[in-house]
Design a protein around this ligand. Structure first.
Ligand SMILES: NC(=O)c1ccc[n+]([C@@H]2O[C@H](COP(=O)([O-])OP(=O)(O)OC[C@H]3O[C@@H](n4cnc5c(N)ncnc54)[C@H](OP(=O)(O)O)[C@@H]3O)[C@@H](O)[C@H]2O)c1
Length: 334
């Protein structure tokens, strides 16, 4: 089958479209003929070898972390899906490879595609929608009336996180650049800070939760907008020891992770708030929880551009160069 693979870590030239063997289908797997797959910043990080400690894929491997497509075969133990079902998924982190004609995915990680969406729209959602759910529902337990700051509101993650936070009843602030101010307001943001013109930490106060996807100084300054007891959840900051434990990392790696996050954890403690790192997980159940919100239009996908499979490399470079105006970039497989 045709697939877009990483042959060599660390460079734009280490990837190529080529032929690879078709996946084997385990008893609990569904085999999906992929129709669309979206691009995430994670793809570039994997390509460049930046994630090797967490995701030690052996080259060559197929890239891609999101999919929408049609079930063409089911394993002997599969109960939830049948041939012909239209599905969407973020496969488990140890079984990626959605820039391909086919992928075998564990049935627990798959959900029926929202009926109202095209394949391209559905493929844009799983990774960012699951991240939003795991940050705002699972970890932050957002309650109606709570104040939430979502950084980078126009990004793949931000566009969905704003909409989910509004559905949870939160009062939502976001940061974005001038051309995207109207877009994030339409998505539901109550307060928009144009980071080209204003420092968010100078205008926002007493927030319950910050969802950070920028890391660095933005993460550090985010502590200042929280009320005592508040939480900053970062998907781009340093990993912490809890994440190391979840990952099953050895004690040395856990110690390194703990050391990497020492500065931000100490700064958080001084302000009586908490810092935690989140690395999202695959979950068909959570996609099923999100589906009614999607089918009723309460969460709408934002797709910037669709590239054909032959241009997967260009799609990655387009995202890497920060050229999308807002939302997600999708690769059409068929
Ligand atoms: N750990 C996890 O599980 C996990 C999950 C999802 C995402 N992530 C990470 O989260 C990050 C964002 O992901 P994404 O998919 O949303 O990326 P993306 O689609 O590339 O969006 C990035 C956005 O950042 C905005 N931006 C840049 N500088 C900014 C600033 N100073 N203040 C506010 N916004 C700024 C840009 O918006 P403007 O055009 O408005 O400038 C852009 O839309 C990536 O690093 C990704 O790897 C991690």
């Amino acid at each position: 089958m045709r697939a877009f693979t990483v042959e060599r870590y660390g460079s734009k030239d280490g990837v190529r479209a080529g032929d690879v063997p078709e996946p084997e289908v385990g008893a609990d797997d569904v085999l999906v003929r992929i129709q669309a797959a979206s691009v995430n910043p994670l793809d570039r990080m994997i390509r460049d070898g930046e994630m090797k400690t967490i995701l030690p894929y052996k080259v060559p491997f197929v890239l891609g972390n999101d999919l929408a497509g049609v079930v063409v075969e089911v394993g002997a133990a599969v109960t939830r899906f049948a041939v012909g079902d239209e599905v969407f998924a973020r496969p488990d982190k140890n079984r990626i490879g959605t820039f391909a004609e086919l992928i075998a995915v564990h049935q627990d990680d798959v959900a029926i595609k929202p009926a109202t969406l095209t394949m391209e729209e559905a493929a844009s959602l799983p990774l960012v929608a699951l991240t939003s759910w795991q940050a705002l529902v699972e970890r932050a337990h957002i309650q109606p009336g709570q104040k939430v700051l979502i950084h980078a509101g126009s990004g793949g993650l931000g566009t969905i996180a704003i909409q989910l936070a509004k559905q949870l009843g939160a009062y939502v602030a976001t940061t974005t650049s001038t051309p995207n101010v109207d877009l994030v307001k339409r998505l539901g943001a109550d307060v928009v800070v144009d980071y080209k013109k204003q420092a968010f930490e100078a205008v926002l106060r007493d927030y319950d939760v910050v969802l950070d996807s920028l890391g660095g100084e933005t993460l550090m300054k985010s502590l200042d907008v929280l009320k005592p007891g508040g939480k900053v959840i970062s998907v781009a900051g340093p990993p912490d020891a809890t994440f190391g434990r979840e990952l099953g990392a050895n004690p040395v790696i856990r110690l390194v992770m703990s050391a990497l996050s020492l500065r931000i954890r100490r700064a958080a403690r001084r302000r009586n708030v908490t810092y935690s790192f989140l690395f999202m997980k695959a979950s068909g159940d959570q996609l099923r929880e999100l589906t009614p919100l999607i089918e009723t239009g309460k969460i709408r996908p934002v797709v910037d551009t669709v590239f054909p499979f032959e241009s997967a490399r260009e799609a990655l470079e387009y995202v890497e160069a920060g050229r999308p105006k807002a939302g997600k970039v999708v690769v059409r497989m068929t």
